[in-house]
Design a protein around this ligand. Sequence first.
Ligand code: ADE
Length: 225
Amino acid sequence: MRIDIITVLPELLTSPFEASILKRAIDKGHVEIHLHNLRDYTTNNYKTVDDYQFGGGAGMVMMIEPIDKCISGLKAERSYDEVIYMTPDGETLNQGIANQLSLKRNLIILCGHYKGVDQRVRDIFVTKEISIGDYVLSGGELGAAVLCDSIIRLIPGVLNDETSALTDSFQDDLLAPPVYTRPSDYNGHKVPEILLSGNFPKIEKWREEQAYKRTKERRPDLLDE
Ligand code: ADE
């Protein structure tokens, strides 16, 4: 997979890909991340990417021209499955969206700033709009990092057995069950007996029950789906 991220703050998007699973995914060739500084696509001396909004009102709007130059340049090189715009009024990210996007080959992610992008960018170029939750961030970069993490860990071969995505929360519309490690008794706080029993069918059944119980208590909406 190849992900091209268009941003005015590329420095916000370097460290997420320099550690742990995302770094390993890049090193093993499962994914390529290309950061594009939108200011490199401006034609004015000040490298401005935003302007006042027509009709008046507070807040600047990201201009169409540099975004067009960047996206059109990328599309001239290869075809893209989706052009994703990070915005609080997009579809809320969930495991299903991450699963679908993990099967794509080439993605563009556009990070919004200020009041957002000129609506014509959304009308002409954007094929999918994603929010990472009902709150407003200063820009789309941190949302893009969250989105990339959720997608990349699902690409076949990225996770090994120990980190397998199959037992993650949400993977079957259920939250994950509680987990424990050594010591089995910490100042009188004991690990459930069943997990020490070695009876794996029973352990599996216990985990399923716990996952269901936790989901019912915390996220009953997932069971309705
Ligand atoms: N940009 C600003 N807020 C955002 C959010 N909640 N999700 C995605 N992008 C954003």
